[in-house]
Design a protein around this ligand. Structure first.
Ligand SMILES: [Zn+2]
Ligand SMILES: [Zn+2]
Length: 215
């Protein structure tokens, strides 16, 4: 599996295109907006989009999901059902964050801890990682040791927990119980900003770092 990162919206949210190299099928993760840019990359890579995957229900991650799903006739998969209230609130989110109006949607499939999602021949494991939002999920590709973590973890930081149904301790537990056991070699695509590795964050992240974990 290979991937492209496409920063979208004023929030420079990392929409990513996950590509199965055998089948040339692809999943679009967190299409927050800028549909034209996403379509341009899909064309450039000459891949066949088969699904839209969602980490959580914040507007900069889901703003273009309904329109793109309709345009490409593909399903929206995820997040966990506990984020339904965020998705239902898309019209309010558009007003609050001054986005152009976009449509709400109901995912074809909600996700839970331990679920599996396929991208062509490739397999992603699903981890439920609440704290930033209650229904946040993380997608993990074990073969290439890559995680797509949305707003759970960033290089040098973690997701904010002051929004409705966010919780700091829950987020810390999600990271320590779900992400760290995958191992320090894992690299991750965060929802915003540059990539990093779990090992680097275990070592130096001021919120979840602990040098003793990597010895
Ligand atoms: Zn978010
Ligand atoms: Zn975000």
């Amino acid at each position: 599996m290979r991937f492209c990162i496409i920063p979208v919206t004023a929030y420079q949210q990392n929409c990513s295109l996950l590509i199965c190299e055998q089948s040339h099928k692809a999943a679009i993760v967190d299409p927050g907006g800028d549909i034209d840019m996403i379509l341009k990359i899909i064309n450039r890579e000459n891949v066949l989009p088969e699904s839209i995957l969602i980490t959580h229900g914040h507007l900069d991650h889901i703003g273009a999901a309904a329109e793109l799903a309709a345009l490409l006739s593909i399903p929206v998969i995820g997040p966990h059902q506990d984020d339904q209230f965020w998705i239902d609130a898309i019209p309010e989110q558009c007003r609050t964050f001054r986005f152009p109006a976009c449509d709400s949607f109901t995912p074809s499939r909600w996700l839970s801890q331990g679920d599996i999602v396929k991208v062509g021949e490739e397999i992603l494991d699903v981890f439920h990682c609440p704290g930033h939002t209650p229904g946040h999920v993380v997608f993990v590709h074990r073969n290439t040791k890559l995680a797509i973590v949305g707003d759970v973890l960033f290089k040098g930081s973690i997701g904010r927990t002051d929004l409705p149904k966010g919780d700091f301790n829950t987020l810390i537990n999600s990271i320590k119980n779900n992400l760290w056991p995958l191992g320090k070699e894992f690299s991750f695509i965060p929802g915003h900003g540059p990539m990093s590795t779990f090992g680097e964050e275990m070592r130096s992240n001021p919120f979840v770092g602990n040098a003793s974990l990597i010895d």
